[in-house]
Design a protein around this ligand. Sequence first.
Ligand code: IPT
Length: 944
Amino acid sequence: MSYVEDPGPGHGSVPPRAAFRSDAPSLSLNGTWRFRLSPGLAAAPDPIDVDDTGWDELPVPSLWQLHGHGKPAYTNVHYPFPVDPPHVPSENPTGDHRRRFDLPASWPAGSALLRFDGIDSCGRIWLNGTELGVTKGSRLPSEFEVGPLLKPRDNLLVVRVHQWSAGSYLEDQDMWWLSGIFRDVTLLARPAGGIGDYWLHADYDHTTGLGTLRVDADPDVVLDIPALGVTGLPAGETRELPVEPWSAETPRLYEGTLSTVAERVPVRIGFRTVSIEDGQLKVNGRRLLLRGVNRHEHDPHTGRVVSRETALADVLLMKRHHINAVRTSHYPPDPAFLELCDEYGLWVIDECDLETHGFGPLGWERNPSSEPMWAEAYLDRMRRTVERDKNRPSVILWSLGNESHTGENLARMAEWARERDPSRPVHYEGDYDCSYVDVHSRMYASPEEVERIGKLEDDNERRRDLPFVLCEYAHAMGNGPGGLLEYRELFERYPNCQGGFVWEWIDHGLAAPGHFAYGGDFGEPLHDGNFVVDGLVFPDRTPSPGLVEFAKIIEPVRIEAGASGLRVSNHYDFVSTEHLTFTWVLEDEGVAVAEGVLDVPTLHSGQSGSVPLPALPPTGGESWLTISASLASATSWAPAGHVVGWGQLPVSPAATRSPAPSRGPVFRTADRLLLGAGEFDPATGTLTTLGGHAVRGPRLDVWRATTDNDRGSSPGESDASQWLAAGLHRMQHRVIEVNADGDELLVRTRVAPAAQPFGLFADYTWTAFDDGLRLRVEVTPDGYAGTLPRLGLTMAVPAAFGSVEWFGAGPGEAYPDSRQAVRVGRFSSSVDGLQTPYVFPQENGNRTAVRWARLTAPDGAGLQLDGDPAFDFTARRWDAAALEAARHTDDLVSGDLVHVTLDVAQHGLGSAACGPGVLPRYRLFARKTSFTLRFRPLAGGVAN
Ligand code: IPT
C-alpha cells in the first residue's frame, strides 16, 4: 500500500519532544520555494532529479489553494471524497516543493533536526536526494535527523505534499480543505550534550503558598531562575519554594534557563496545579468558570497560516473582551499561540488533531475510532500533542479531539495521556458515558439540560460526579447568539457547571474582491455554504455584536442597582478589585452633566458589596447614572482606563408629556387628505408627505430578512420556515376604511398573505399636534397565533436623510435575547454605519428602547420620531427583501430611499443555527397590540 493510504502514522521522524528555542544555531527555511502542482500521485513526475527553474514560486508557509493552485473547498461534516477508508482519490493534488539553502559559515558539524510544524495533509521529504520519511498529522510537528546529510552549500530540500492521505479521514474538522506546508520549517543544530527534551513540573500548593519545581531532562541539565534564587537545580531534583502562582488572571511567569555545557534554553515557568475535587475543576484550589471560545486558526488571506502577530491580535482581543479560556478546536494551534496564552493569561484546552465526523452520517460504521488499523495513528497524534505542549502552564486539559464518536482507540489515547501526564485531566466530548475522560462535556445543550446536570439529576453516576463544561455552545453564526444570559445564570448557580466555549471565535470567510467568500463560492460540488462563517469576530477580526454581547455577559465586575444604592460584585476567579478604578457619569437625556470617582471598598473574588450612590445634581429630562470599573493602570493587554464592567441606573424619568392638542380637522383636496404637517393618499390612507418631505408609509410590517438562526439547522422546523410557509414575507394590505370625517384620520386595514385565511387587522389613527403627527396603531390578529419575526411599521424617507441621532439603547444593535451590551445614551451614526456587515447578509442593526430618533440630511432637513415611550428601529439603504435576497455583502446596493423600520417588538435571536432556538420568553407571538409614535418634520437649515 502506498504511504499515502497507509492508515498508520508517518515514519522516519525522531520521537516527539517539547517545542522550544535554544541558543543552538537554527536556520529558518521559510521563504520562497519552488512549486509544481500535479493532479495526482501517479501523474507526478520525479521531484528530485529535475530542473525546477520553470516552476512557480510559492511562499512557505502557505496553503497552495490560496495562491492560485487549485481552489479552497468547504465541507462541515461530509468528507469531500468517497468514504472508502483508508483509500483516497487518485485525483490527489500533489504539490512538489523545493528549496535550496546554504548553511551559515558558523554552522556546527554534527546532529541537526529538520522541523516541520505543520504540513497538510501528508508530506514525503528528501534532503540532498536522500529520503527522510513521511509526515502525517497536519497540525502536528515532525522532526527528521539530517546532520549527516547537510553540506555547507547548495542543500536541496524537497517536500512532496499530498492533499489527501489516509490521515484525511482523521482530519474532518469543520473548516476549509487546504493543503501545503502551512507552518514553519526550521533547521535546528543539535549540539552533542545539548538539551533534547525537557519537562518543567511547576506545581503550586495554595494552602502553603509553596511552589514545587522539578525538571525532567537528561541528568546533566540544570535550571536557574534568578528571581527565585534557584541556581543550578539539577534535573530530577525537587525544590519547594515560595512563589506567586500562575493563573489566567495573574499570568506570573518566572524567567529561567535550562543549561548543559553545550546548550542553553530560555524557559518561562508558571506555577499552578490543576485538580478535580468535589466534582469541580480547580486550579490552585479555586473553581474555575470558563468564559471561553473555540478558536480555529484563520486568516482571510492566508487561511490556516496564522502569524504570531495574528495570534497576538486574537489573544489581545480575547483578553479585552474578558474571555478567559480557549479550546484549540480541533487541533493543536501554532505553538506561538500557546506561548502567548502563557504570557497574557488564558486557560487552554489543547485539543489533538482528530475528527472523523464524516462517519456520523453513515451511522459511525467503520469509524476509525474503533478500528484497530488506526490505533497507532491515534496514539501518535496524542503523543505529539502532549509532548509538544507539555511545558505550557496555560494548558490545563488535554482533549482527544472532536466528533469522532467513541471507541477503543480514543480510550487508549486517554489512557496514554493520563499516564504520561497525571497533572492534567483529559477531555473529550464524544465519550458520552465518561468512561475514559475526567470531565463531562457536551455541546449545544439547552439551558434546560444544563440545569438538570447542575441539579445532579443525571442518571449516569459517573457523569454526575464530574465537572461539567460546554465544549461548544452559543453558536455565533450570523446575527446572534441570543440567550447567553440564561447560560451565565446556570454557570453561577450550579458549582459543577463550569462554563463553556462559544462556537466559535472567528468567521472563516476568505477574502474575495468586494466581500468574504464561503462554501460554494469556489464551485465545490459538495459544500456547506456559509456554515463556515460562525464566529464572534468577522474574518478581518472586527468584533461582531455577538462578541460585544458576550463580553458584557462575562464581565468580571458586575454593577447593578442594589437595595441601598449600588451593588458591586467581583466575578474574577482569583483577583480582587484592587486594580480597578470606579467612575460614574450622570447623563441628562444622554448628555453628561456630572461625573466623579466612586469609592468602592476592595472586593475579593466572589464577594459583593453595597456602595451608596454619589450625590447627584438635579436633572430636567430622563437621566441615567453609568458606573464603570476600569483598569487603574495599563496591563500587557489593555491600556489604563479599559472598562472591565459597567452598570446603569435610572435616576429620573422623562417629564410626562401632556397630550398634544389636536389640530384637526382633516381637509380633503382633489387628490389629498391634509392633516397637520402630513399629506395622505385618500385611497390607501398612507402618509405621502410630511412637512414637505416625500415619504412612503409607514405601514404595518412583520417581516425581517431571516437570520441564520431563524433558518435554523433543521429546516422544516425553523422559525423562518414557519414564517415563510405562513407567507409573512408577502403580506397584502387591504384597505377597509379611510375615515377622514373628524379631527383624526382613521385607516382600517387587514394585512394578510395570499392563499391564507388568516391575517392581522391594523388600524391607524393619525392625529395632528403642534409640529407633527401622532400615529396610534392597533394590531389585532385574525386567525394567526404563530410567531412573528417582528411587529411594527416600515416606511421610506429620502436618501438624503443619511444621518441618525437617537436617545435610547446603543451604541450597537440589540434584540430581545441579546441586549445586555447596550446602554441608554445619546448616539449618532450614519445610516451606513448602522449596518452590521454579516458575511452572509441578514437582519441586523436593530436599535432598541429608542425614546427618540432623528434622521437628517446634511442641511438638517429630516424627520424626528418620538416613542411613547420607546420603539426599535433600523434604517437601511435597501429594504428587507433585498437584504433577504443578498448572498454576499456587495450584493447590497444603495437605492434612492432610506428604509426605516419602527417596531414595538422583535422576535429573539436564539442560536438554532446549531443549538437551541429562541427561548419561550423571547418568542414574539401575534397578539392584540397597540403602540404610538410621533412624527415631526425637521426643516432644512436648522442645526440639530
Ligand atoms: C459541532 C462541531 O464540533 C464543530 O466543529 C462545528 O462544526 C459545530 O458543530 C457547528 O458549527 S458538531 C455538531 C453536530 C453539533
